[in-house]
Design a protein around this ligand. Structure first.
Ligand code: HSE
Length: 393
């Protein structure tokens, strides 16, 4: 039946409640002993003595052998996770920012203290991608991993494209439904997708990449002209992170909006659903689809990690140990559509080649090839209000 888990849980928000709803319907060999919450005054559905605002009530309780960390604040989450792992407690977390920023250190702590940190719920909600990359694709050569990793921005794009909803209204709905981050800039600016990409790339290629070094441009500058352009060509705009091997020793990582056609599996991934496309040498293309945000879908991934801990499951990070020759690069050429407001903006960018130019009264764009490093270097110019960039094939 596996080890009995005595759980201390940090956070009782959308995911925490979703997880609790699932747990209470099941007969599992576990007990949630304490919840640490921020706001003691908030009315709760569970007995008051289960809640505390004092983290020590979990961290110093030697009976608690498992910490479930579901709070918003990445810095506080990191401190909790470190303390717990170092004191012999296993941790399940859904905090993508915390994990992406500190994965290397957290891996070392797990190895040093013999404890386990699992985080399936941090990436693409209910889709089991981390464990698949760790186990199933253990010996597969992975050419590329891409997909829709952020439910909120996909929800917004679906509402805009399919229902002609204004951007602000769609964003408000995503917030009301509990999909969006407390700071929705993380969703629409591509930061959330970037954190998830860094974690995915780490388990795919055995590399640690600082998310600050990865390009992310989101959908917050999307304009009606871009939507019209896409619709006229039968395309959709999706926010896609990409990890791709460009040769045997280098991978590129970035998050950009992309214009995709109906042949792309991601074309019909709508609303808060996520999709992960894995292109492998032998398995060829595989597609994972499911809900990427929300209490119950994310709660189900967290529960799967909790259940795995009962049987001693841990990530072995085998690729990290073996794959030290793979490096991260930004030297990669992309085909982009770039709408710009001022001619001066275009003049500041070094395109390798411009294949199409349009100069209308309310709409100027170019399509051409540009290097990823150039986009990174000029991100502040490219991502200004009045401009919009998207990868195009
Ligand atoms: N804000 C995130 C999203 C929540 O919209 O995908 C799930 O990680």
């Amino acid at each position: 039946m596996g080890e009995r888990l005595i759980i201390g849980m940090f956070g009782f928000g959308v995911v925490g409640q979703g997880l609790y709803d699932i747990i209470k319907t099941k007969k599992l060999n576990l007990e949630i002993k304490k919840f640490v919450i921020k706001n003691a005054a908030k009315k709760r559905t569970l007995p008051a003595d289960l809640f505390t605002t004092d983290a020590e009530e979990i961290l110093s309780d030697t009976e608690i052998n498992t910490v479930v960390e579901l709070i918003d604040n990445a810095d506080a989450a990191f401190e909790i996770t470190k303390r717990a792992l170092k004191s012999g407690k296993n941790v399940v977390s859904a905090n993508k920012k915390m994990i992406a920023l500190h994965l290397e250190e957290l891996t070392q702590i797990q190895q040093e203290y013999g404890t386990a940190l699992l985080y399936e719920g941090a990436v693409c909600g209910s889709i089991p991608i981390i464990r698949n990359l760790e186990e199933y694709y253990d010996n597969e050569l992975l050419y590329a991993i891409t997909g829709i990793f952020n439910g909120s921005s996909n929800y917004i794009l679906s509402k805009i494209f399919n229902e002609n909803k204004p951007y602000e209204e769609a964003l408000k709905q995503a917030q009301e439904l509990g999909f969006a981050e407390s700071d929705p800039t993380l969703d629409v600016g591509g930061f959330d997708a970037k954190y998830k990409l860094a974690i995915v790339a780490s388990h795919a290629y055995g590399i640690y990449v600082n998310p600050d070094d990865i390009l992310n441009i989101g959908i917050d500058k999307l304009g009606y002209q871009d939507i019209r352009f896409a619709k006229e060509k039968g395309l959709k705009i999706k926010l896609l992170p990409l990890a791709k091997e460009i040769n045997q020793h280098q991978v590129v990582l970035y998050v950009l909006p992309r214009l995709i056609d109906a042949d792309n599996m991601l074309f019909n991934v709508e609303n808060e659903n996520n999709g992960v496309l894995v292109k492998a040498a032998f398995a060829d293309e595989q597609f994972f689809y499911g809900k990427g945000a929300g209490g119950h879908p994310t709660g189900s991934a967290v529960l799967s990690d909790i259940a795995a801990l009962r049987y001693g499951y841990r990530y072995e990070y085998k690729k990290h140990i073996e794959a030290s020759q793979i490096a991260y690069s930004n030297d990669y050429n992309l085909q982009v559509y770039f709408r710009y407001e001022h001619e001066n903006t275009l003049n500041q960018l070094k395109f390798n080649q411009i294949t199409e130019r349009f100069y209308g009264s309310d709409f100027h764009y170019v399509i051409g090839e540009i290097n990823l490093q150039e986009i990174l270097d000029k991100k502040d110019i490219i991502d200004q209000t009045g401009n919009f960039i998207a990868e195009i094939f």
